[in-house]
Each structure stands twice: as C-alpha cells, then as structure tokens.
Design a protein around this ligand. Sequence first.
Ligand code: LLP
Length: 444
Amino acid sequence: MTTTLLTDVPAAADDLAVWPGSTTRLPDGDLAVAGVALATVADRYGTPAYALDEGEVRERCRAYRTAFPEADILYAAKAFLSRAMARWVREEGLGLDVCSADELELAVRAGFPPDRIVLHGNAKAPRDIDSALRLRVGRIVIDSPSEIARIAAAVGPRGRQKVMVRVVPGVSAGGHDKIRTGTDGQKFGLSLSDGSALRTIARVLAQPELELTGLHCHIGSQITAVKPYLVAVRRMVGLMSRVHHTHGAVLPELDLGGGHGIAYRPGEPSLDLPVLARRLRTELVERCTATGLPVPRMTIEPGRAVVGPAGVALYHVLAVKRTGETVFVAVDGGMSDNPRPALYGVRYAPRLIGRRSIAAMSTATVVGRHCEAGDVLAADVDLPGDVQPGDVLAIPVAGAYQLSMASSYNMVGRPPVVALHEGTARLLVRRETLDDFRSRDIGV
Ligand code: LLP
C-alpha cells in the first residue's frame, strides 16, 4: 500500500498520532489501516462497524513483554473479548484477566490455558466460582470476606485453589470518578487503612483449601502518571511485610492491576510503559530490600492500552443540521456502540474518510441516532465544512470499552467487528440483527 502525503489539509486535522501505527493516507483522501482502505470496510460490512488492527494489538502485547520481561502480563478481557482477541494475546505470551463465568468460558473454549487466567469480581455469582474451579483457573482474586468460605466450600477438603486478595491501597488515580478504585468509599477490594485487608488475609491463610499466592490492587483506569503506581507499590509491600511479621507468610506474587492511560486525541498524554516498568522495578526492589522481603513476581493487567488504539469505529453520516450556533453531524451509531462520552465525558477526534475534502475545517458536534439528547459522540470537533449525508466518519482509539459496553438501545444492533491484517479484512463478530432480537423474545 503506498503512502501519499496530503499537503492541502491543515496539519492539526491531519495528525494521525493516535491512529494505529499501520495507518496510511491514500491518494483519494481515504485512510488505510493494515493495508485495508477504511471506506472499503464501511462498504463491505456496513456501518456502524468496528475495525481492529490485529498487528497493532500484537505489537502492543510485544511492547509490554519488552518493557516488563520479568512480569506476568494479563490482558484485561473486559476491554474487549472475542475468540480471535483471546488467540492473539495468547500467541503473544500474555495471560488473561476475566470477571465473569462466560468471559472465562469463552476464552477457555477458544483454547486459552486456564492456568494463565485470573478471575476477578466484587460480586462473584455461584456460577463464576463453579466455572473457575471446574475449568481450573490460575487464580481467583478475593474481593470480599464472604468469598473465603464460599470458595473454600466449593473447592472441598481435598482440593486447593490459588487465590489473591484485592487490597485498596488508598491511592487516588484515574481519568474519571467512575473509574477510580484505589481509595476507600468505592465498592472494590479490602481497605488497607481500616484493617480489613489484613484481617481478610489472615482468614485466607487459615483456610487449608486456599493457597494465598499474593496481593492484588487496581487503583483505577486511564492513569497517565507513574507516581500513583509507585505509591501503591510502597503500600502493598508495606502490607506484605506486615503479613510476614504477623503470620510468617512470604507472599510470592504482587499484582498491580491495569489502568495504563492512552491518548484519545492528538496531543494527549499516555502512560510511558518503559518508564513505568523501570520505576516500578526500582521501587519494588528498594522496598523489598528495606523490609527484608524477597522481591515478589509482579503481575500487571492492562486492557485499554492493549486494544484501545487498535480499534477504529466507522459510521455513515445520516444527517447534518444547524441548530442555533451548533452544527450537528448525526451518524448511524452512537451511545449504543459507544457509551463512553455520555458516561465519562471522554473526548474523541473523528475524521472524515473515504473522500478528499478541500473545504475549510469548521466546528461540529457528532451525535448518534438514539432517542436522547445525551447521545453525543464528539462535541465541538473540527471537521471539513462540507460534511454531508453519505460521508463516512471514522473515530480512532475505539478498541477498548466500546464494543464490550455496547447495548442494543432502540434495537439498533451491536456492530460487527472486522479484523484488519496484512492487507485483508475478515469478520470476527457479525452484526446483531432483528433475528437476534426476535430469537430472545420468546414470550407473548
Ligand atoms: N484489572 C482490573 C481488576 C480492572 O478492574 C481493570 C479495569 C483492569 C485491570 C484494566 O484496566 P485498563 O488497563 O483497561 O484501564 N469502562 C471504563 C474503564 C473501566 C475499567 C474497569 N476495570 C472506560 O471505558 O474507561
């Protein structure tokens, strides 16, 4: 695929910084990802559609392995899971973090080795625990004292399940209130400061059916600074040291969760992985040396940073309307396939693809097709002034927490997922259709 640099488009509008690394500009104004023209994807699979650059996902897995050669890296499946995604991350040497029986079941049936899977969840259903034990997951992360007896009873007297305890280290970090999980006053984990973490650890250690391999924390999501992770390490090692002194137990593992932030728009910061890796390692070694503990094996659980930048959402424009001062560009998807702007106020940088426009850029608000005013995908963005119905818009950095949080609001079926790789496109997940809705609707 050749790359033709356009010269008559303002640089800022033409910045591909947040697009997959394989993105190239085509002479007709379209963009290609992994050698596949995006307008062709929109034509062939219809819109809304999500394209995933397989090579970008694999590259990101490799970047993690390079930055953290000594750590276990678990891909957080909640960001996006399909059988292909499970295969890609497995082939790249990552493990998996799941938080439901069916995420677990889907991954295992796709060939994911269960011993490389960790089960999370603040409220595990009986089925979650049963599936985890039946499929023999590597670790279950205990999030509540009541899980101790439940898991132990399900394991039975002859078994032993490896578990971790999720701790709230009292570190506030994350891109939005709804995704900050490192402090007391939210539903996850056991508090370090009020003593419930230490009490729960003691109970787990006393349970013969459970083998406590280590501690876990996940301080939040979309974190772009290293410092909160260092504070978390310090507190977690402090707790491991107390566990050692109080119970004589040396815990061999420390899971620091995910949360690594990415840029959604050109110019936004992202978490620097090599720097994070280096400083985490130093902090961990220093703290362990200071407290006389052996250095535990580190686990991390990135989701967004593995798959987010590999995804592109494609929409057709259905209507363009000026209301007062605002130009609304309405597309054929919206909050059903991407609830993130409505939930977290996230900003995206949509772009016209499929044709070349020489119109001056003007400010527009990209909205969806759903029946509520909050259905805004991107407020006040720059788009060519001649955007019209029939045009194709693409939104980059669409791979994480969009499809996985999608709904069928207004019975607009969830979009297909198309993998792009080495010049070819293949369908991974088909579009949800009326037949799907009708087949679930079994009563009158
Ligand atoms: N580990 C645990 C225990 C988690 O709860 C999460 C995310 C992760 C790892 C992965 O975090 P990541 O590396 O993807 O930031 N829906 C929100 C994000 C919610 C994150 C929930 N937990 C969003 O769209 O921004």
